[in-house]
Design a protein around this ligand. Structure first.
Ligand code: SAH
Ligand code: SF4
Ligand code: F3S
Length: 460
C-alpha cells in the first residue's frame, strides 16, 4: 500500500460494540489502516450501530446523511471514501440500508467482522452485504491489537467473553441481532487478558449481552461458569481490578456470588438490570423472575459483600403498564438504594412480541420517565453524598481537564478527580472524598484511610 489509509470507526450502543470496533481496527491494521479521530480525512468510515431503541437506529441514518456529503466532497477532490455500516442495525436491516443510504458500500453484521478485509476487496467492485451467522468463530480470525494500540486505549478495557442472548425478553432486539448465546473458550480469554496486562492494562471488564450466562469450555474439558472464569482471570499477573457486565438476575449462580466474596480484585459494583418493579409487567416482559427473586439476589450479594453498589436499567411505558405498575418500579428504586440507574422509554422494535401489543400514549410514558429520572438522580446524589469523607481506592487512569489533575475511578465506578502527579497513572491510591460534582467526585490523596468505606445501601 502506497500510503497509510485512514480509518474512522464510530461506536454506538453497548460495550460489546466498543470491543468489536477495536477488534475491527486491529484486523484492518495489517492492511495499512491507521485510526483517525474524525470522519473528515478518513478513507474508510465504519459506523458500528445499535438497534436497541428507535432513536438509536435513527441516529445512524442522520449520520449517514452527513457522511454522504463528506463522501461527495472527497470525490470532487479525487479521493474515494468507503463507508461501512456494522453492528445491530446492519444485522436487522441488511440490504434495506443500501436502499435508504446511497453512500453505504458495505453492510456487515456483528458475526462477520473477521471478513472485513475480504468485504473491502469486494466493495471495490460493487456494494456488498454480509449479515450471515457464519459457522467459523469470528474471534479466531480477528487480529489481536499491537502493544502500542493496547496502551493507547488506556488502562481499563473490555473483553468480550460471551455474545448473543437466548432470553427473548418481549421488548428486546438483541436475540435477533446478535443471535443465540455463545461463549468463548476460557483459555482463549485468559490468553487475551494476559496479552493486555502484559501491555499495561490494569482493569478488565468481561462483557457479554448476557455475561453471566457464560458457559465456555474450560481447559479441563468442562463448561466453566462466569464465576469459575473470574477465579482464573483473577490469577493473571498485573490484574488490579475485574468487573463484568451485563448480567441477568436469573443467572447469578453460586459460583459468581462466591467470587464476590473471595476475589479482592472483583470490584464491589454490579449492573443488574431489573427493567420493572411490577410482577405483572415482569411476566409480560418475559423476564423470567419476580421482584422478590431480584431482591433475593441483591440481599444475598449484600450479605457477603456489604459495600457492594448496584446499578440498573428501567423501562417505562411498557405496553399495559398501569400507574400502579409504574409506582412499583418507582418504589423498588427506594427499596434498593442504587448507586445509579438508567431509565428508558419503551420503544417498540420491529419483530419483537411487545411491538404487537397496544401501546401507551407518549404523554403518559414521558411523564413517568421524568418522575423516574428525578428519583434516580436524587438517589445517585444521596449515594455520592455518603462518600464524602471516605477514603476510597482510586485507580488513576489518565490526566484530568485541569493541569496537574488526574482522573480515576472508585471501586463503585464513580469518576474521581484529584490533584496528583502523572506518575501515579496506573496505580491505586486512597483518596479522601472532599466534594461532589453532578456525576463525579473530587478528592485529595490520602496518607492513610480515614474510615473504611461502608456503603451498604440502606435505601434513601
Ligand atoms: N442484556 C442486558 C441489556 C440489554 S439492552 C439485560 O438483559 O438487561 C440494554 C438496556 O436497554 C436494557 O436493559 C433495557 O433497559 C433497554 N432496552 C432494551 N430494549 C428496549 C426497548 N425496546 N425499549 C426501551 N428500552 C429498551
Ligand atoms: Fe435483551 Fe433480555 Fe437478552 Fe437482555 S436478557 S439482551 S434485555 S433479551
Ligand atoms: Fe445495541 Fe446491539 Fe448492543 S442493539 S445495545 S449494540 S447488542
Amino acid at each position: 500500500m502506497s500510503r497509510p489509509q485512514k480509518l474512522y470507526v464510530k461506536s454506538y450502543g453497548c460495550q460489546m460494540n466498543v470491543y468489536d470496533s477495536r477488534r475491527m481496527a486491529d484486523t484492518l491494521a495489517p492492511l495499512g489502516f491507521v485510526e483517525t479521530a474524525t470522519a473528515d480525512d478518513a478513507d474508510l468510515v465504519i459506523l458500528n450501530t445499535c438497534n436497541i431503541r428507535e432513536k438509536a437506529a435513527d441516529k445512524v441514518y442522520s449520520e449517514l446523511g452527513r457522511i454522504r456529503a463528506l463522501k461527495e466532497n472527497a470525490a470532487s477532490d479525487g479521493r474515494c471514501v468507503v463507508v461501512a455500516v456494522a453492528g445491530c442495525v446492519a444485522q436487522a436491516e441488511g440490504k434495506e440500508i443500501l436502499r435508504r443510504a446511497p453512500a453505504v458500500d458495505i453492510v456487515v453484521g456483528p458475526q462477520s467482522y473477521h471478513r472485513l478485509p475480504d468485504l473491502l476487496a469486494r466493495a471495490a467492485r460493487g456494494r456488498v452485504v454480509d449479515t450471515e451467522f457464519p459457522i467459523e468463530d469470528k474471534f479466531d480470525h480477528l487480529a489481536a491489537p499491537t502493544r502500542a494500540a493496547t496502551r493507547a486505549r488506556g488502562l481499563s478495557t473490555f473483553v468480550t467473553v460471551q455474545e448473543g442472548c437466548d432470553k427473548f425478553c418481549a421488548f428486546c432486539v438483541v436475540p435477533y441481532t446478535r443471535g443465540a448465546e455463545g461463549s468463548r473458550p476460557a483459555a482463549k480469554i485468559v490468553a487475551e487478558i494476559e496479552r493486555l496486562t502484559d501491555a499495561g492494562v490494569r482493569e478488565i471488564t468481561l462483557v457479554g449481552q448476557n455475561v453471566n450466562a457464560y458457559h465456555g469450555d474450560g481447559p479441563d474439558g468442562l463448561p466453566w461458569t462466569l464465576g469459575r472464569l473470574l477465579y482464573r482471570v483473577a490469577q493473571v499477573p498485573g490484574i488490579a481490578r475485574l468487573r463484568y457486565t451485563t448480567s441477568h438476575p436469573c443467572d447469578m449462580d453460586d459460583s459468581l456470588i462466591a467470587a464476590h466474596r473471595d476475589l479482592p480484585s472483583l470490584m464491589p459494583h454490579l449492573h443488574l438490570p431489573v427493567q420493572s418493579g411490577s410482577d405483572r409487567i415482569l411476566a409480560a416482559m418475559n423476564r423470567r423472575h419476580t421482584r422478590a427473586d431480584y431482591l433475593h439476589v441483591i440481599d444475598t450479594l449484600r450479605a457477603i459483600r456489604p459495600d457492594i453498589a448496584f446499578s440498573s436499567d428501567f423501562i417505562v411505558g411498557f405496553p399495559g403498564e398501569s400507574e400502579d405498575d409504574f409506582l412499583a418500579s418507582f418504589n423498588l428504586i427506594d427499596e434498593i438504594g442504587y448507586a445509579s440507574a438508567y431509565s428508558f422509554k419503551y420503544s417498540p422494535r420491529p419483530g419483537t412480541p411487545a411491538a404487537e401489543l397496544p401501546q401507551l400514549p407518549d404523554e403518559v410514558t414521558s411523564e413517568r420517565l421524568s418522575r423516574l429520572l428525578y428519583a434516580i438522580d436524587r438517589q445517585q446524589a444521596v449515594y455520592n453524598a455518603r462518600c464524602r469523607g471516605l477514603a476510597l481506592d482510586v485507580l488513576f487512569e489518565k490526566q484530568g481537564k485541569l493541569p496537574g489533575q488526574l482522573v480515576g475511578r472508585s471501586p463503585y465506578l464513580q469518576p474521581v478527580q484529584v490533584m496528583a502527579p502523572p506518575e501515579l497513572i496506573g496505580e491505586i491510591h486512597k483518596v479522601t472524598i472532599t466534594d461532589l460534582g453532578t456525576y463525579s467526585l473530587f478528592g485529595t490523596l490520602a496518607r492513610a484511610a480515614i474510615r473504611t468505606p461502608e456503603l451498604a445501601a440502606t435505601g434513601v
